[in-house]
Design a binder for this molecule. Structure first.
Ligand code: EPU
Length: 337
């Protein structure tokens, strides 16, 4: 076991924030995980589990133990005429798995290309993009129960998946470590290209909708709109799109005829937070090294030297101004530590 002390997390969080953790440990098996948790019974440090580090904002040094999940492996478990069931280690890179699925001609996650982070993080906030959500392909989630110190399995229906939400963000918070995720992918291709800019992008690329072309179109759209965290620190959408009552949306629409909202199955409306933030004048705004991205107002960025606190301060100003201008509460999608 190699426990590192006073470890700099700059390369392990996509905001590229330089903060130190008192202890740092990587595990690539349940056994190693059990060992470190056992050892921590003497250390008694509070613990954070890090995956790809792409949905986290560190605002100060961490006085505890950060353990990084590096459980790997992509294994086909079973196959039928229409489906293939695949078990994936939580520490695999998400986009690498999406690439693997497209290379193997399997559909179901191609619209989720280029989302940064690890496979194990995807069920926690039920990642979604371009009309697809990961909950539609996950069949079960293996997790290590920190209380009982045993590996357990949760079937899809028990995960309480909702928009950017699951049981792992609520009832199970801080009590679990995802170890493996099982996906059921389709041999038949849905060619789900009706969402947003995908068809437009396919026309530009002069391509018919197919598994591979949709994958390429999503990559191309994301590259145009969203900054690459390797070049510019960010963690994708900083805020969730707020969900408001239809009644309130109708009133807002009278004042702001161009407001963007999508009806939810419940009848409520999911409002595009990017639109609200842009209308409030924040798009492209910078404060020192912290800023709001020039192409997508939902994304906060670190131009180099920003601290987590700088980003947090900016996010609070944005949140307050949206409350003031539209009477809408926006909440962070990113975990703030
Ligand atoms: N919009 C603006 N100004 C902006 C940004 C967006 O007016 O600066 C408007 C757009 O014109 C569009 C609407 O808002 O009409 C929606 O924008 P977009 O399609 O870019 O999607 P989003 O709602 O801003 C969500 C996800 C993204 C995902 C995209 C694509 C959330 C919080 N974010 O963003 O996910 O890639 O849809 O499906 O649901 C992420 O979670 O990190 C992420 C990038």
């Amino acid at each position: 076991m190699e426990l590192q002390k006073n470890f700099d997390l700059k390369n392990l969080n996509s905001f590229n924030i330089s903060v130190k953790t008192k202890y740092f440990y990587k595990f690539s098996s349940i056994n190693e995980l059990q060992n470190i948790l056992e050892y921590n019974k003497t250390l008694k440090e509070k613990t954070i589990i890090l995956g790809g580090g792409s949905n986290i904002l560190f605002t100060k040094d961490f006085d505890g133990l950060i353990i990084k999940n590096e459980i790997k492996g992509i294994t086909i478990k079973s196959e039928s005429k229409k489906h293939v069931t695949i078990e994936v280690g939580a520490g695999e890179n998400w986009h690498d798995f999406v690439k693997w699925s497209v290379t193997n001609n399997l559909s179901g996650i191609e619209n989720l290309a280029l989302i940064p982070g690890s496979v194990g993080a995807t069920p926690i906030q039920n990642i979604g993009a371009y009309g697809m959500e990961v909950k539609n392909t996950i069949t079960k989630v293996y997790y290590f129960d920190i209380v009982t110190q045993r590996e357990k399995i949760l079937a899809n229906k028990k995960c309480n998946f909702k928009y950017r939400d699951s049981i792992f963000k609520n009832k199970f918070k801080n009590k679990f470590i995802i170890t493996k995720v099982v996906f059921c992918l389709n041999k038949e291709h849905a060619n789900n290209s009706n969402y947003g800019a995908i068809n437009e992008e396919l026309n530009k690329l002069k391509m018919e909708p197919s598994l591979k072309s949709i994958f390429q179109a999503v990559i191309s759209i994301r590259n145009q709109k969203l900054p690459d965290p390797k070049k510019l620190g960010n963690s994708g959408s900083f805020f969730k799109n707020p969900i408001i009552k239809n009644q309130k949306f109708v009133i807002l629409k009278k004042i702001h005829p161009n407001i963007v909202g999508y009806p939810m199955p419940s009848g409520d409306i999911k409002v595009a937070a990017g639109w609200l933030i842009e209308q409030a004048g924040w798009k492209g705004h910078t404060e020192g090294s912290a800023g709001v991205h020039k192409n997508q107002a939902l994304v906060l960025v670190n131009y180099g030297e920003a601290t987590g606190e700088n980003i947090l301060d900016l996010s609070i100003k944005i949140k307050n101004s949206i409350k003031e201008k539209f009477d809408i509460e926006i909440t962070p999608e990113v975990n703030i530590i």
